[in-house]
Design a protein around this ligand. Structure first.
Ligand code: SAM
Length: 279
């Protein structure tokens, strides 16, 4: 395998709606395998080679590396800043069996039939061509290898107390995602995409992640939602498309900070999960 090269230039980087503002990246880096990959853990064994595709800042990746050690984990992401963060996190945790590389899911830098497992979390939902990416996942899996997918479904997002301002934000987010070629209902649609990509043995499940388990977590969630409103990806794109103006976006950002202080605040993200085997 040629895993040392970090010079890969993805030829099909698409507009990623979520972006990379600090608060968003911190939010992703706090994710853990025991919560976000629970459905997939029974299928992992020590010694496996695992690819985490779209690994982001690597919170889950480092956990997966500990679980399959002495097997190797390869984390890939199209965004170099995320690869650097994932590499630094793994190093800070003393994880030596993980390597990271800038690469696209559309063109994985791995030979055919070379990995035992692939993990995909929150990435396929942002792709214009999910089936093409899933065919690429199938290509690199060994026969008998297993893929674990977990993707969001904004049709199941829970949020309280709802206000016209918060509802407007989530409506705009979904519109931007669709505009950028993503699928806000990927959680429920990924089974069909996996079948189209050639997977025939599948197991589905679903879960929610609560973003407001404690008052402290609620305030953190409010800060990241407020920061995202003001981010290049959300604000600038919504303004450029003429679907919101700066004043409306400032109002959304302030409304999230106020929501974070509401003792009744609740938010939970819905996820569709799938385990798929390559026969
Ligand atoms: C929502 S984040 C999820 C990160 C991580 N899997 C997690 O759940 O914490 C999605 C990540 O997918 C990456 N991404 C988007 N398109 C990609 C592509 N075509 N190939 C590889 N990574 C991609 C983004 O750069 C981003 O870091």
């Amino acid at each position: 395998m040629t895993l040392q090269c970090d010079d890969f230039t993805p030829h099909r980087k698409e507009h990623y709606t979520v972006g990379y503002c600090q608060e968003m990246t911190d939010f992703f880096q706090r994710r853990r395998a025991k919560t976000h990959a629970a459905f997939f853990l029974p299928h992992l064994r020590a010694g496996m080679t695992l690819l985490d595709a779209g690994c982001g800042p690597g919170g889950i990746t480092a956990d997966l590396a500990e679980l399959v050690a002495p097997g190797r984990v390869i984390g890939v992401d199209v965004e170099r800043t995320q690869v650097d963060l994932a590499r630094a996190l793994a190093a800070s945790r003393g994880v030596r069996s993980a390597s990271f590389q800038v690469a696209s899911l559309y063109e994985l830098p791995l030979p055919d039939c070379s990995v035992d497992a692939v993990f995909l979390h929150g990435v396929v939902e942002h792709l214009k061509e999910p089936v093409v990416a899933l065919k690429e996942v199938r290509r690199v899996l060994k026969p008998g290898g297993v893929a674990g997918l977990r993707h969001g479904d904004w049709g199941g997002f829970l949020f309280a107390p709802e206000t016209p301002t918060s509802s407007r934000f989530f409506e705009l987010f979904v519109r931007l995602m669709i505009h950028n070629g993503g699928d806000p209902r990927s959680g429920r649609n990924q089974i069909a995409a996996l079948r189209e990509a050639g997977f025939t043995r599948l197991q589905a499940s679903a879960s929610h992640d609560c973003w407001t388990s404690t008052r402290e977590e609620t305030r953190g969630t409010a800060r990241f939602l407020a920061a995202y409103c003001e981010s290049v990806e959300f604000r600038d794109q919504a303004v450029a498309l003429g679907i919101a103006d700066h004043a409306a976006i400032r109002e959304m950002s302030a409304a999230f900070l106020a929501w974070g202080e509401d003792p009744g605040a609740f938010a939970a993200e819905a996820w569709g999960e799938a385990v798929a085997w390559k026969d």
